[in-house]
Design a protein around this ligand. Structure first.
Ligand SMILES: [Zn+2]
Ligand SMILES: [Zn+2]
Length: 353
């Protein structure tokens, strides 16, 4: 079936209208009319070829919310009209150990990204959510809980699960002190989720202007990370630190802020490596540094249900599809609170649909 979207034709060309074909739904597929798509930093890095390996044309977008328009004969979980989501993955090998454990993001044979593929078997490129429709295997489609704001739910599919998964894996809960480093798309979700899990939450930020917002989002304290005195004052305090910063960073002051057996998990992906951390800081208190990538499909559904139960969505600014290039420029200046979401009706209007 014919689809319309916005694509980058090369690393240095802006996103522009693009027509392409989607597969007709097969027996196990769900066809989705895309209503909203969140704008993630990965979209920009991939469209501009900054991580290498981008296949052009590139249609970004992996925070998709829409409605089911058709289902294949073998689909059992969804029906026409359902509100659904699609995150960063549309397929994986479905036979390796991580896949069999619901950890498709760590598929040993490589999961299929919602955009920039490659498709299992064919190796074809995949096109993401900056488009009017998509066809996805049932196993990779999420149920958006009843009553959730569909636009504000979109960023949960990447920013939400990226922060939820490590908080759950390291068993964050009541009685714990949790730090969140950075207040952007990921950080603002980290604050909301850690607070909803019952932890006492502190924001680490370089900008003093973010205090009021941080408190509204769930932080009970703000530490200015550029101030060595403030950092020294929290040494040895934290059970867990979620580090969302995507720029090279000196990790040592954060490691020193961890308790014995505390862990800091990195979810931001800097293009240059972080400065190598001091090993003594780790040894002396058995501290851990770890990384985490999005979350598996079962956990993504659990996250959506958790958010519905706790009244959590993303703080968003909706934009028109045609404004995507300006949105990228603003995103690079951190001029967004806290996620852009494309209203796909604007693309359909542009096309006269
Ligand atoms: Zn993303
Ligand atoms: Zn696999």
């Amino acid at each position: 079936m014919h689809a319309h979207g916005y694509a980058a034709q090369s690393a240095d060309s802006p996103l522009a209208p693009f027509h392409f074909e989607r597969r007709d739904p097969g027996p196990g597929d769900v066809a989705i009319d895309i209503l909203f798509c969140g704008v993630c930093h990965s979209d920009l890095h991939t469209a501009r070829g900054e991580w290498g390996g981008t296949r052009f044309p590139c249609v970004p977008g992996h925070e998709i919310v829409g409605r089911v328009t058709a289902v294949g004969a073998e689909v059992t979980k969804f029906k026409v009209g359902d509100a659904v989501g699609v995150g960063c993955m549309v397929d994986s090998c479905r036979r390796c150990e991580p896949c069999n454990s619901g950890l498709e993001q760590y598929c040993e044979n490589g999961f299929t990204g919602t955009y920039n593929g490659p498709e299992q078997g064919t190796g074809a490129n995949t096109y993401g959510g900056y488009s009017d429709r998509i066809t996805v295997r049932e196993e990779f489609v999420l149920r958006v809980p009843e009553g959730m704001d569909l636009a504000a739910a979109a960023p949960l599919l990447c920013a939400g699960i990226t922060t939820y998964s490590p908080l759950r894996h390291w068993r964050v809960g009541p009685g714990q002190k949790v730090g969140v480093v950075g207040l952007g798309g990921l950080g603002h979700m980290g604050l909301k989720l850690a607070r909803a899990m019952g932890a006492e939450v502190t924001l680490f930020t370089t900008s003093p202007g973010k205090e009021a917002d941080a408190r509204r989002l769930g932080a009970s304290r703000v530490v200015i990370s550029r101030d060595p005195e403030q950092m020294a004052a929290v040494a040895g305090e934290f059970d867990f630190i979620l580090n969302t910063v995507a720029a090279p960073l000196n990790l040592d002051p954060y490691i020193q802020a961890l308790k014995t057996d505390g862990a800091m998990v990195l979810v931001g992906a800097p293009s240059e490596p972080h400065q190598s951390p001091g090993v003594f800081n780790l040894i002396m208190r058995r501290r851990t540094i770890a990384g985490s990538l999005i979350g598996g499909i079962p956990e993504t559904q659990e996250m959506l249900d958790f958010c519905a139960e706790h009244g959590i969505v993303s703080d968003i600014e909706t934009i028109a599809m045609a404004d995507i290039n300006q949105a990228y420029d603003r995103m690079l200046k951190s001029d967004v609170k806290y996620r852009f979401v494309i209203d796909m009706q604007t693309l359909k209007d542009e096309l006269g649909h």
